[in-house]
Unconditional design. Structure first.
Length: 207
C-alpha cells in the first residue's frame, strides 16, 4: 500500500506541475489564492487545503487528464449482469479505462484541455464521470490520504517557489509506460525560493 500510494502520488504531482508550467496563468491564479488566504508569514498547513478551492480544482483536473492508474484495479463479476448494454457472465474480469472516460467528448466539454475552472461551482464533476480512485465499495481505500498528500505537496511547491519552464517550448506531456502513468520525459524546470520561504525558514535561524 505504501509503495503504490507513494508512486501514484509522485506521478500525480509531476503531472500537475507540468500542466501548470504549460499554463502559467493558472499557476499565477493558484499562487494568488494561496497568498491571499495564507499570507507571507507562515507556511501552508494541511488544515488549509479545504479552504483553497482553486487548488482543489487543479488537483481534480490533474486526476481527470492524467490518472495515475489509467486502468483501474480489475474487478470480477460475482453474478451474471448487464453493463453498458453488454451481457457480462459471472466470473468475467472487468477492466475500467478511466483514462478514456476522462477524455470522452460525450462526457466532458473540451476534454483534452487543462481547465481547472470546469469544476467551479457545481462544475462537471460527478461520481460516474471522475473516477481516478474507482467508485463504490471497491474504490481505492487510499483516496483520502492521496488527496491530502498531493494537495499539501503541490500547495507547498507553489507557495514556496517561483517556477518557470527551462526554455520557450512547452513541457512534453507524452505518457510513458508502467503500471502507473509516468511522463515519458521527466519534468525539468527552474525554480527560485520566494520571500515566504526566506522569512519562515531562513530568518529565524539568523536570530
Amino acid at each position: 500500500m505504501l509503495l503504490a500510494g507513494t508512486d501514484t502520488s509522485v506521478v500525480t504531482i509531476e503531472w500537475a506541475m507540468s500542466a501548470l508550467l504549460n499554463h502559467p496563468e493558472k499557476l499565477d491564479k493558484a499562487r494568488a489564492e494561496i497568498d491571499n488566504f495564507i499570507g507571507n508569514n507562515r507556511l501552508v498547513n494541511e488544515s488549509d487545503l479545504s479552504k483553497l478551492p482553486y487548488l482543489q480544482n487543479i488537483i481534480l483536473e490533474t486526476f481527470r487528464l492524467f490518472p495515475a492508474a489509467p486502468l483501474l484495479v480489475p474487478h470480477e463479476a460475482s453474478a451474471d449482469c448487464m453493463l453498458g448494454g453488454y451481457d457480462i457472465p459471472q466470473g468475467t474480469i472487468i477492466l475500467i479505462n478511466a483514462w478514456a472516460i476522462h477524455r470522452d467528448p460525450l462526457v466532458w466539454d473540451d476534454p483534452i484541455s487543462f481547465n481547472p475552472e470546469r469544476f467551479e461551482g457545481a462544475g462537471e464533476v460527478g461520481p460516474t464521470k471522475l473516477l481516478p480512485f474507482g467508485m463504490g465499495r471497491r474504490s481505492c481505500p487510499g483516496m483520502g490520504l492521496a488527496n491530502r498528500v498531493v494537495g499539501l505537496a503541490l500547495v507547498s511547491l507553489i507557495q514556496c517557489f517561483e517556477w518557470q519552464r527551462i526554455g520557450d517550448d512547452l513541457i512534453d506531456l507524452t505518457e510513458g509506460e508502467g503500471l502507473s502513468m509516468p511522463k515519458l520525459t521527466p519534468l525539468e524546470a527552474m525554480c527560485k525560493a520566494r520571500d515566504v520561504l526566506h522569512k519562515v525558514l531562513v530568518e529565524p535561524t539568523r536570530n
